[in-house]
Design a protein. Sequence first.
Length: 205
Amino acid sequence: MTEPPKFTVIDRRKMKAEEEQGNPQPAAPAAVAPPPAPESGTGPGTAPAAGPRLVVSEPEPAGEQPEQPEMPPAPTAQESSEQKTAYDASAQRLEDLVRAQNPAVGAQPPVSFEHLVQQFYVSAMIQMGAGAQEGQRPRIDILGARQTIDLLGVLADKTRGNLTDAEDKMLQTVLFEVRMAFMELTSMITLQSMQPPAPPPPGKS
């Protein structure tokens, strides 16, 4: 699992107030972590090994905790309501623009709880190697898959008693499926790690 980029939370309410006073301030750019170094053994002339490729992120040094961004004060109820109204209007303008350029495209359905669960499900399965093109070796992010599955578990815990029967059944079914796929994959990885390395080709030391 690749390390998520560091980011800076900006209180846009303060920026808006400064702009209204005629003293706009440029937004501070988010600090983005550098891209990970290329994996060894995948350069030109190196034959890829058979089977899925496991991607493992570097563990955090012992005793060090990642820096937490400083959060601005929570918005008031009025600020949230005004922002929601403005957001809905902005989203509607975007949808009108898309439909004007593509008349065959119908109105987009509203995002539901089912969409959220499906998004987590698809992410977890892709992280476990699903969706690889035919002939290509699956790229597996087993730690990322575990985090996505755990997020689904958090979602189930936090929404317990607040879902319809159909929503709860869908969430529990998805959790069962991704956890089962995770256990099968980790068993396969464990068996492969216990196998002795393949002997070198004849004529090479």
